[in-house]
Design a binder for this molecule. Sequence first.
Ligand code: ATP
Length: 211
Amino acid sequence: MKIGIFGGAFNPVHNGHLTLIDVLSRVPMHPDFRNLDKFIIVPTADPPHRSGADFASGIDRVNMLRLALKNNDIFEKNVSYKRLEISDIEFSMVGKSYTYNTLKALKALYPEDEFYLFMGSDQLFTFREWYKYKNILKMARLVGFARSNGDNSKIKQFLIENKDLGADAVYYSPIEVSSSAIREKLKNGESIENLVPKAVENYIKEHKLYV
Ligand code: ATP
């Protein structure tokens, strides 16, 4: 099987994340990505010393992801992965949930399968600073994508200059939104309509998150 892996804090999940998932599932940009059999979303564990207003609990972040995947206008009709999953693997890991450790744990579950590790341009450009990055490359193929407009050409250049990473890219027009901008808006009492699915907005309000 070809398995896509998409990690992040998802604090909260937003339409930028969802648009990317949608694009990956249906646009025939690359034969490998189009044919992913499974796409696993991996929320990070609760970081030590971070909680309360700024960092929602793992349970809340997973609940919001579940709601977002079920109820939103972006891809309800389009997403065609045979299996789109949210993994709680990092919640049960001891110590720091480095991507290297997470991939090792996932490899134990899927020893025969090919991994594609998806990451935004911000992460791709600093990938060489990641813990055991060379070992990550033995387990997964990197796939970068734009986080904001203008990133596509930077990614192209990065791939030319860093051929040894064997990375690939998905080129598309991202939605310019971030979880931190959403949290900031909520703190200031501003609307987050159209930045997250309605069901996620309601969940945030009901559970008084990020205020
Ligand atoms: P924060 O603003 O708190 O740093 P974030 O919006 O970057 O959060 P994360 O959960 O940290 O969200 O991101 C998870 C993954 O999604 C990363 O690979 C990141 O590059 C990517 N990503 C974040 N925002 C977008 C976006 N608007 N479009 C596409 N990818 C995004």
